[in-house]
Write a new protein. Structure first.
Length: 62
């Protein structure tokens, strides 16, 4: 199976997220339902990726 690289899509998502964080009113991200949005999407993504790798490698949920 040939899995395509998703690097460009990830870079686009990071760019869009940074743009939204920079250009939306601060109150947008203070709303209770948005309280979990990270300041730094790259760091958040890496943390989630590492957690997923550990779960996958450990066979959790299989």
């Amino acid at each position: 199976m040939q899995i395509p690289s998703l690097d460009v899509a990830l870079k686009c998502a990071h760019f869009l997220y940074a743009y939204i964080r920079a250009n939306c009113p601060a109150s947008t991200f203070v709303a209770p339902h948005f309280g979990h949005l990270p300041e730094d999407l790259s760091a958040y993504y890496e943390d989630c990726r590492d957690e997923a790798r550990q779960a996958y490698d450990g066979g959790i949920g299989v």
